[in-house]
Design a protein around this ligand. Sequence first.
Ligand code: XUL
Ligand code: CO
Length: 441
Amino acid sequence: MILIGDKEFYKGINKISYEGKKSDNPLAYKYYNPEKIIAGKKMKDHFKFAVAYWHSFCGLGSDPFGPGTQEFEWNKSGDPIQRAKDKADAAFEFITKMGFNYFCFHDVDIIEEANTLSETEKRLQIIRDYIKEKMRISGVKVLWGTANCFSNPIYMNGAATNPEFNIVARAGAQIKVALDTTIFLNGENYVFWGGREGYMSLLNTKMGKELDHMAQILILARDYARSQGFKGTFFIEPKPMEPMKHQYDFDAAAAIGFINKYGLEKDFKLNIEVNHATLAQHSFEHELAFAANSNMLGSIDANRGDYQNGWDTDQFPNNIYEITQAMIILIKEGGLMGGGINFDAKLRRNSTDNDDIFHAHIGGADVFARSLIIADKIINESNYVSILENRYKSFDNGLGKKFESGELSLEDLYEIAHKNPDPKLISGKQELIENLINQYL
Ligand code: XUL
Ligand code: CO
């Protein structure tokens, strides 16, 4: 098997390389230089950029008002197995032309679901062999795998949280096969996004029971995967709504509360997605900081939302201000715990040329690279870190330090407050810091 055979899908597009910011070649990286070292690590190791199989090779661009607009060459065969192989050919051609090392997939992205569970499993066993060989030749790896337990109409009332046991069992079966597939492909991590794990109306919902069931499925999945030798991390991907009105993994705070309540904290971290954060009325950096503070910053689904509407538009990232703030957190945290940057983003419905998907990913990679460089400068060359440290310096020694280490009682605070009846008001310097960040953009 050769990687790009007679069927070259992205004709006329060569491997994308780094040409620097003076280049006017739209099919070149201006900032993403995989081997360049920033903050002690190669760029490619900071990011571990991954292509999302579902958006880039499956999604045809349909919306509630009309069908898809993409005409993928790899969708033409009448045989589902051949279609899946052609799709894998296109995927590996694209990923290697981008110079990326990873992809992420749902079970039903790499092969179309058949009419029965067992037929789908048979199909998966064929395509996983085919994909594994392509991985071997190209060196491309799986950042994470997952089960799509939300598209099939059988999950309309939920998967793990379905009120009917037989459907919960079906979700369990599907997750088992998705884990088998991920492990077979040496997947580094495994994701749970609970698209239908939530409810439309509380009137027909026993919330506590559903949460217990969701945890039970995660426990079973973890124990099974570990028994099969899986060493990677499990990620929960929070999202507040869409498709359900209320989703249980609303945001990082809710997911962390859930993980801790059910004792899953050793095996589970978070996969934070930009547009999910903004749907939850948070900023991306808020969600990253919240996850990081609980030692749960596992991975990132990179995209962006739209400031003028309230749904998951999954646009490619292009907001340098937003991503710079994220990169400040990433550098300070020393990176992601096992994960990487997965472009969970899709082209607009009217972006239908062969090269559009390249422009989209080049732009995304360059925004992350440029933001990383800026964040590193802000941390090392500006006085940003010292301004922040200085704000909390009253806890570095003396009574503040004693408070932090639990040596003061509430009565002690009472005494201290009475000895200092007039504490100084200290400016937060927000505008100064905002200007400082802008100076480096
Ligand atoms: C949905 C979403 C999913 C997950 C994987 O909004 O982000 O694609 O990333 O199921
Ligand atoms: Co996602």
